[in-house]
Design a protein around this ligand. Structure first.
Ligand SMILES: C[S@@+](CC[C@H](N)C(=O)[O-])C[C@H]1O[C@@H](n2cnc3c(N)ncnc32)[C@H](O)[C@@H]1O
Length: 201
């Protein structure tokens, strides 16, 4: 399931090791596609740092764009209700933008573009790149996933990949709901599920 590794400070907390490997593998496979890389819901920047390291190692000129409220999760809607996921309340997973910046500095990486704010309040023209090759959507909740899918759907390039985290995670049922609803309106898209990753091409 999705939310693991809770006690290992230097390892990704929110994404399992296997999921991280899948994400990095697919990111690498899209390096030849035009467009930038986005992560909606970066939290502490654990996966972000790994993605940026890969981009720098491969001398990629792609820009990494990170998005987070830096106020923690917004309120759940009824689509998110789950006894198993009771711990995911509004304000949970709060970190500061400064913490993410420091993490990149500690890792000797150039800073990505970091946009603070709720996804719903972003200005798509200014805040989201026009072309996207790889999108990692990890906002946990129904509305957050729905909004981030909407922000990337017309920007993802042919051959690009969208990965949504927490698919089939009983703690966060809103993620699957948002993906399934979106797929119904995008019948040309293919879904592959690995671990709790919905891989959309
Ligand atoms: C599970 S964490 C992300 C983990 C991160 N992707 C990683 O790999 O370590 C979810 C993050 O999404 C953010 N988030 C959820 N919904 C959001 C929204 N609607 N707008 C902005 N940020 C949101 C939360 O603040 C939280 O930091």
């Amino acid at each position: 399931m999705g939310k693991k590794n809770k006690n290992k400070a230097d390892e990704p907390q929110q994404v399992t090791k296997t999921e991280t490997e899948i994400i990095l593998d697919l990111l690498e496979k899209t390096l030849n596609i035009e467009g930038d890389v986005v992560e909606f819901g970066c939290y502490r920047g654990d996966t972000s740092v790994l993605m940026k390291r890969l981009l720098e190692k491969q001398n990629s000129e792609k820009i990494l764009w990170l998005y987070d409220s830096f106020e923690g999760l917004p309120a759940k809607t009824r689509e998110d209700s789950s006894v198993a996921g009771d711990q995911f309340q509004a304000g949970e997973l709060l970190v500061t933008k400064r913490e993410v910046i420091e993490k990149f500095k500690r890792n000797g990486l150039r800073l990505p573009k970091i946009k603070k704010g709720f996804f719903e309040d972003l200005n798509p023209e200014e805040d989201v790149p026009a072309k996207i090759s790889f999108a990692f959507l990890d906002g946990d909740l129904y509305t957050s996933i729905k909004t981030s899918l909407k922000l990337v759907e017309n920007r993802i390039e042919k051959g690009g990949i969208i990965i949504v985290h927490d698919y089939n995670n009983p703690e966060l049922p809103g993620s699957s709901r948002a993906v399934d609803e979106w797929l119904k309106t995008h019948p040309s898209k293919n879904l592959e599920v690995k671990e709790t990753l919905a891989i959309i091409r």
